[in-house]
Design a protein around this ligand. Structure first.
Ligand code: FE2
Length: 249
């Protein structure tokens, strides 16, 4: 499998490129709007053709590039079936494998950060979205988040994967790129080292997190599979523009 981890700096989002060496087909997991041209350049540079975009959940901090990429190269939009978005071309279900050339992807329902959140397992690696981050996890205090649900997701679903499974999250704000299930089980400060449910909920409730500045535009935009709402204020336009575009021209 061809694999690239791509970073979008405005929202600190990781986008993952998975390519099949045999068929030349590629998928992107969690592509972000400002980076769609960069992502296509990487795909084209590798001689691949984008056939699917997959989102892990309805993001609150950036707008997915799913629709833009569909418009540009005809890729199909795939995502959690539970979201029931009319713009999704291929709804994904836990237990139903997605095959793209030689790439096999098993969707896992991993609720807690949002209720319909999915993670994607591909061979030796899991793309955990915001359910499990490196030394952390996604917040549970907005959208449809629930700390008890996330505790069950992480301890009963993600932590039961093989210890050496590579963990690739949707974000990192400190330049970390990859972890493993064993590493998160051992040292994740929120939930590692056998923290119990009570301890985890207390940690999540004790986080003093500010209201996400782009959420009011990102959520409706992502429910439309990546449409920038027309009323995005100028100071947030960078979330919708291509990387490198400046207001000064
Ligand atoms: Fe999120």
């Amino acid at each position: 499998m061809i694999f690239r981890q791509l970073f979008e700096p405005i929202s600190s989002t990781y986008t993952y490129l998975l390519g099949c060496q045999i068929t030349g087909q590629a998928i992107l997991i969690d592509p972000a709007m400002p980076a769609w041209e960069r992502d296509l350049e990487v795909i084209n540079g590798l001689g691949l053709k984008l056939v699917y975009t997959l989102d892990t959940h309805i993001h609150a901090d950036h707008i997915t590039a799913a629709s833009k990429l569909k418009q540009m190269v005809g890729s199909k939009i795939a995502g959690p079936s539970l979201d029931k978005l009319p713009c999704t071309d291929v709804p994904l279900y836990e237990g139903t494998r997605l095959q793209v050339g030689s790439i096999l992807i098993d969707p896992l329902h991993t609720p807690g950060h949002t209720d319909n959140h999915f993670s994607y397992l591909a061979d030796d690696r899991i793309f955990t979205g915001d359910a499990l981050l490196i030394d952390g996890c996604g917040r549970t205090d907005f959208q449809s988040g629930d700390a008890e649900t996330l505790y069950r997701t992480i301890t009963q679903k993600l932590f039961t994967l093989p210890a050496d499974t590579l963990v690739f999250p949707a974000h990192d704000y400190q330049g970390r790129r990859v972890s493993t299930i064993e590493q998160e089980k051992t040292r994740n400060p929120n939930i590692g080292n056998r923290k119990n449910l009570e301890e985890f909920v207390k940690i999540m409730q004790g986080m003093k997190l500010s209201y996400p500045k782009f959420i009011d535009y990102a959520v409706p935009g992502n429910k439309a599979c990546g449409t920038c709402p027309p009323d995005v204020p100028e100071n947030l336009q960078q979330y919708c523009e291509s990387m490198g575009v400046s207001h000064q021209g």
